[in-house]
Structures are given as structure tokens and as C-alpha cells.
Ligand binder design. Structure first.
Ligand code: GDP
Length: 440
């Protein structure tokens, strides 16, 4: 995400390296490069120009007051301005009410249905809500089916009425049902078109008027860059939505939409989608995003993700097993599954300061654990329970069964022993954790 922009910005700051002081000249030179980086990232021309003007004023104004190196000062100012450009602070969605109503809008293919599922799943698993999903696309039976499948996958009911051609009526009936059944959030997925057209706009505004949602969210594909920004503008003029959802940020290496949308529509980006899986949803934090763009990493999000996936009960059980030396390959497999739930490994790793850049050209398999899992699955139940019995001939059989080599199996057995030691250390009252920055 944003790799190109990160790299180009870094190059522009190099101009200031070795310079003792910020001057009109070196600032102008640096900011010319910064502006070019933003334009290459598909940021709107005026936004990029205003941005660099603000940075310039700040840099020249602060110069006399500080002993910080010019390069560092510039990074700090650009960082703060980037965060400001994206809205400054995170804005949560309002899901208070009985039921709270969330209306989705956006073009077809933007990721509305997928996001509806992700949001329902997040509200259910992280906030203890009881959502009801509503399929209001009366034109495409496939869209209704898609929502139904997602609902089933995440264990959230989906309200549908295939015989009705009246989306307002469907939404209203769904809300009545939610009330009757004690559901506390109703998420209404609507029909999108490939391009903005009058009928779609009329329909979505009519739905909004009839159901008075707490939140009207506009869903848009980040990969479409400036088109995303223009579409946002048109939807906002008609619909006056409350927040933006940027999807497919995992495929967006330029970042223009993320950087421009807030300024153009003056509405916060509330969530981003970072993959096709139901767990690939993140609250949008402008500060942290600025950190990531400038390669400063995003440890806070990483720790939060880890905590979200962290199951206290499981951890207790695990600790007991570790202390009794009973940690086995089934537990190991469980741990891998937890890590996988946190999302794309490369994205996760890039949240660690400095690592993003180092990994830029490294191809990390989306399923980096595939062979490890295959090896464990090729073990017999007894081998998984008691790894000590895995001798030479068993190793050969496991390698054969999993399509790997004996060396791979050996490596995994060694890793298993090491992670056992590591976890024992970490579970020893969290001593190490307390010494890590930001952890108390
Ligand atoms: P809708 O027409 O607006 O309801 O869009 P869909 O929810 O059907 O999404 C269109 C396509 O985009 C589907 O193939 C989704 O799997 C995919 N998609 C949605 N969100 C994301 C995301 O955050 N990342 C990626 N990589 N794909 C996504």
C-alpha cells in the first residue's frame, strides 16, 4: 500500500540531507519533489499545491525556532500535514439506537456488499452487536445471493424479498423485523450501477429519506484514484453521506484517493478494506496512515490487531500447557490460524518501522504458512500431541505426505522448539512485553 509514494517522498527528503539549515532555496527544491510525488500518486493538482504551500510556510516559520536537522523537520511537517489532509483524527461510526441503521451507497463493484459483510462481522465479533443485513438490490439476483452467502459465512441473518421490486419497502420491512427480533444494527446494502445515473441516485435518496439512517456510508474503490474522488463528490452532493469507506487499499500503491477524498467532500474516511476476506477491515486512522506513508511503521495498529485476535481464554489454556510442557502441534496450528486471521503478512510486516521498505521487493506468498500447515496436517494425531516421537522414518513419511522435503520438516521441528521456548518466556508474567515501547 502506498509503496510508490513512500519511496518518492523519501527521495525528496534526501535533498535536505547534509544541509545545515532550511533555506528558501532548499525548501523550494524539496517541495517541488514532494509535489511531484503527490501528483504521481494521483493526488489532485490543487490539493498537492495547497499542501506544499502549507508545508513551506510551516518549515520557514519553524526554522529559527528549532535545532532539529532540516531533513527531520521536513519529515515531521509533511507527516503532520499528511495526517491533516486525511482528516486528522479517526471518526467512528454511530451504531447507537434500537436498531441503529447503516445505509450503504456506491457504484457497482466498489465493494459495497463485501464491506456490508465485513462491517456486520466486525460489529458482531468485536462490539457484541446483533446485526441484520438487508439485500436491497432488486435488479441483480446475484447480488442478493452474494449477501446471503456472506451472511451465512459470518453467521449473520440476511433479510431478502425476491418478489419485491421496491427497495424502500424492503428496507422498511427489514427494520420492522429487526425490531421484532431484537437486532440492534440494520445494515442496508443497496443497488449500484457501473456509472452514476439518475435512477440510482433517486432510489438511494428515497431509501435514505424513508429509513433515516444513523450512518449513510459511501463505498469507493481506492484503486480508481481520481475517479473515486469525483464519484465521491457527486454522491455527496446528492446524498450528503456521513462517511467514506475506501476499499481495495491492498491493491492501491498510489494512494491518491485516500489523500484527496477528505478535502474534496469534507467527510471522514471511516474504514478501509484491505482484502477480500471478511476480516480485512480496518478503522481509518489518519495519523497512523501518515506514519506508514513515510515509512515510520504503524506499531499501534499492529498491536491492536494482535489484541483483537487475542483470545484471553485460549491464552490461559496455552499458558497452562506451556508450564506443563504440553504445548503441541495442534496448539501450534491454532497459533498460525490466529496470525492468519490478522491479515496479509506483507501488510502486517510493513507496519513495523523500517520493515516496509526492506520488504518492498520481497515476494511474500499470501499463504506463507501453506507448507507449514501441510506438514502438520501430514502428522498423525499422536505425532501432533507428542512431537518427541517424530524420528527419522516418521520425518520421511511426513515430508512425502506433505509434498515437502525432510529438511523442511526438520526446520519446522526446530522452529516449533524455538517458538515453545519463546512463548514460555513471553508468558512469564509478560516481563518482556513491558519493556517494549508503547506497552505498559
Ligand atoms: P459491490 O458491487 O459494490 O457490492 O461490490 P462487491 O462487494 O461485490 O465487490 C466487488 C469485488 O471486489 C469482489 O470481487 C470483492 O471480493 C472485491 N473486494 C471488495 N473489497 C475488497 C478489498 O478491500 N480488497 C480487495 N482486494 N478486493 C475487494
Amino acid at each position: 500500500m502506498f509503496e510508490n509514494l513512500s519511496e518518492k517522498l523519501e527521495r525528496s527528503f534526501k535533498i535536505l540531507k547534509g544541509q545545515g539549515k532550511i533555506t528558501e532555496l532548499n525548501v523550494a527544491e524539496t517541495l517541488k519533489e514532494v509535489r511531484r510525488s503527490l501528483l504521481d500518486a494521483d493526488v489532485n493538482y490543487k490539493i498537492a499545491k495547497d499542501f506544499t504551500n502549507r508545508v513551506k510556510d510551516k518549515a520557514l516559520g519553524m526554522n529559527v525556532l528549532t535545532a532539529v536537522k532540516p531533513g527531520q523537520l521536513m519529515v515531521k511537517i509533511v507527516h503532520d500535514e499528511l495526517a491533516e489532509l486525511m482528516g486528522g483524527k479517526n471518526v467512528d461510526i454511530d451504531v447507537k439506537g434500537n436498531p441503529a441503521i447503516v445505509l450503504m451507497s456506491g457504484l457497482q463493484g466498489s465493494g459495497k456488499t463485501t464491506f456490508s459483510g465485513k462491517l456486520a462481522n466486525m460489529l458482531k465479533t468485536k462490539r457484541g452487536k446483533k446485526p441484520l443485513l438487508v439485500a436491497c438490490d432488486v435488479y441483480r439476483p446475484a447480488a442478493i445471493e452474494q449477501l446471503r452467502v456472506l451472511g451465512e459465512q459470518i453467521g449473520v441473518p440476511v433479510y431478502t424479498d425476491e418478489n419485491s421490486k421496491d427497495p424502500v419497502g424492503i428496507a422498511q420491512a427489514a427494520i420492522r423485523q429487526a425490531k421484532a427480533e431484537g437486532k440492534d444494527v440494520v445494515i442496508v446494502d443497496t443497488a449500484g450501477r457501473l456509472a452514476i445515473d439518475e435512477q440510482m441516485m433517486t432510489e438511494i435518496t428515497a431509501i435514505k429519506k424513508a429509513i433515516e439512517p444513523n450512518e449513510t456510508l459511501f463505498v469507493v474503490d481506492a484503486m480508481t484514484g481520481q475517479d473515486a474522488v469525483n464519484t465521491a463528490k457527486e454522491f455527496n452532493e446528492r446524498l450528503d453521506f456521513d462517511g467514506v469507506i475506501l476499499t481495495k487499499l491492498d491493491g492501491d500503491t498510489r494512494g491518491g484517493a485516500a489523500l484527496s477524498i477528505r478535502t474534496v467532500v469534507n467527510k471522514p474516511i471511516k474504514f478501509v478494506g484491505t482484502g477480500e476476506k471478511m476480516e480485512a477491515i480496518d478503522a481509518f486512522h489518519p495519523e497512523r496512515m501518515a506514519d506508514r506513508i513515510l515509512g515510520m511503521g504503524d506499531i499501534v495498529s499492529l498491536v491492536e490487531k494482535a489484541q483483537e485476535q487475542f483470545d484471553a481464554e485460549e491464552a490461559k489454556k496455552l499458558q497452562k500447557k506451556l508450564s506443563k510442557n504440553q504445548f503441541n502441534f495442534n496448539d501450534f496450528l491454532g497459533q498460525i490460524q490466529q496470525i492468519k486471521k490478522m491479515g496479509n503478512i506483507k501488510d502486517l510486516a510493513s507496519m513495523i518501522p523500517g520493515v516496509g521498505k526492506a520488504l518492498k521487493n520481497v515476494d511474500i506468498d499470501d499463504d506463507a504458512f501453506k507448507s507449514v500447515e501441510a506438514i502438520i496436517h501430514s502428522m498423525t494425531p499422536m505425532e501432533r500431541e507428542m512431537p518427541d516421537i517424530i524420528n527419522g522414518s516418521r520425518r520421511k513419511r511426513i515430508a512425502l505426505g506433505s509434498g515437502t522435503t525432510v529438511q523442511d520438516v526438520n526446520r519446522l521441528l526446530k522452529q516449533f522448539e524455538e517458538s515453545k521456548k519463546m512463548m514460555k518466556m513471553l508468558s512469564g508474567g509478560g516481563k518482556m512485553m513491558r519493556h517494549m515501547p508503547g506497552m505498559k
